[in-house]
Ligand binder design. Structure first.
Ligand code: DSN
Length: 419
């Protein structure tokens, strides 16, 4: 689609076309290691840019506030049915514009302002919508933090249970943005049941892995499951909420619309339907398995070069590097900047108990979903590890970055974006 689209845009608007062409070139010639990003198929991209963008469809299939919604009902029903099949649950709302909106609607469906929520804070690998003070969650709800075990840097279920017993939260949240280990959803549910809390699993990062059995499913354990659709699930940018509880389902529908949003993005819902269809194919399971194999290969390579991985490794698509043992002076901010110059895109990330501020950090988060989509395998991870180490080891030396940039540009020619 790329060339056709750019030719059309060039005629319509050279300024927009120039910027989009540059972005395509950036994606094509760099290595995308941001754990929350991916490259969608051309079919998903087309669906997201389709006629469905022209229509208001406030409401739900069969109950819209606008005429002309026959095919919008069909596409939303298809997306809902496929989401249910993919995750093995009874209900799906495919309208949230993003993961944060899904979480707002989920909170509003089951909580009253002031209710207590037990969650992992962002500085330990949680998400801002799970209770950060300046976010809606930290503003309107009473947040109690659990933290990772300081030694193992893994979830400490005994501590979570103690906190749950002490604070009697109405909601317990699991599911994270920078946690590389398996989540024991059954154990979380047992803790929730002990204190009469609801369990919400935000599986945004691991959704593809959960859908394919590469990570255990949050069902039947979680009362509510929220996710984005664009990370390991490899769909368009968007959100999704699921449950098996009919009462919670009714509340979720009311809170997504009209509680939080107006008109749904029907073009994105069409693209979600398409992506869910792709994820139901056997090849998607193979893809997700390869994502994890690649992450483990990259993790092992970096460890062999003297980098410390938080928790000592990875079970999923991401890893969190503690840069300090390799270079006490190196910050995540510097590493992110130097690596971008060299054609490796990633993000600085705080590590548990990070002494540095969130704008500097001592860590780097790396993920393999996008590289795996392009076809890189475990053998390629050595190469990626070597480039990472050369750039960081040189402290961002301009000549080293320029050399690595050229090598990566050449390497990327062998791994084109989905077409
Ligand atoms: N901002 C996302 C991430 O990068 O993990 C989470 O929503």
């Amino acid at each position: 689609m790329g060339d056709d689209l750019l030719a059309l845009l060039k005629q319509a608007d050279p300024d927009v076309s120039r910027i989009l062409a540059s972005e395509r070139d950036r994606q094509e010639t760099t290595l995308e290691l941001i754990a929350s990003e991916n490259h969608v198929s051309n079919a998903v991209m087309h669906a997201a840019g389709s006629w469905m963008t022209n229509k208001y469809a406030e409401g739900y299939p069969g109950k819209r506030y606008y005429g002309g919604c026959e095919f919008h009902d069909q596409i939303e029903n298809l997306a809902r049915d496929r989401a249910k099949k993919l995750f093995g649950c009874n209900f799906a709302n495919v309208q949230p514009h993003c993961g944060a909106n899904a979480n707002i609607a989920a909170f509003m469906a089951v909580l009253n302002p002031g209710d207590t929520v037990l969650s992992l804070p962002i500085k330990e690998g949680g998400h801002l919508s799970h209770g950060l003070k300046v976010n809606f969650s930290g503003t309107f709800y009473q947040i109690v933090d659990y933290v990772l075990d300081p030694k193992s840097e893994m979830l400490d279920y005994d501590q979570i249970e103690r906190l749950a017993l002490a604070h009697k939260p109405k909601l317990i949240i699991c599911g994270y943005s920078a946690y590389s280990r398996v989540i024991d959803f059954a154990r979380f549910r047992a803790i929730a049941d002990k204190v009469g809390a609801l369990l919400m699993a935000d599986i945004a990062h691991i959704a593809g892995l959960c859908a394919t059995g590469v990570h255990p499913s949050p069902f039947p354990h979680a009362h509510l499951v929220t996710t984005t659709t664009h990370k390991t699930l490899r769909g368009p940018r968007g959100g999704l909420i699921m449950t098996n509880d009919a009462d919670i389902a009714t509340k979720i529908d009311r809170k997504v619309f009209p509680g939080v949003q107006g008109g749904p993005l029907m073009h994105i819902i069409a693209a979600k339907a398409l992506a869910f269809g792709e994820a139901l194919q056997p090849s998607f399971k193979t893809y997700c398995q390869q994502v994890v194999k690649n992450a483990q290969a990259l993790a092992a390579d970096l460890q062999s070069r003297g980098y410390r991985l938080c928790s000592g490794g990875t079970d999923n698509h991401l890893m969190l590097l503690d840069l300090r043992p390799r270079d006490a002076e190196l910050t995540g901010a510097d590493a992110e900047k130097w690596l971008e110059t060299a054609g490796i895109i990633c993000n600085k990330n705080g590590i548990p108990n990070d002494p540095r501020s969130p704008v500097l950090t001592s860590g780097l988060r790396l993920g393999t979903p996008a590289l795996t989509t392009r076809g890189l395998g475990e053998g390629d991870m050595k190469r990626v590890g070597e480039w990472l180490d050369r750039v960081m080891g040189s402290k961002g030396d301009a000549a080293v970055c320029a050399k690595v940039r050229e090598e990566i540009r050449g390497f990327c020619k062998g791994y084109p974006l989905p077409h």
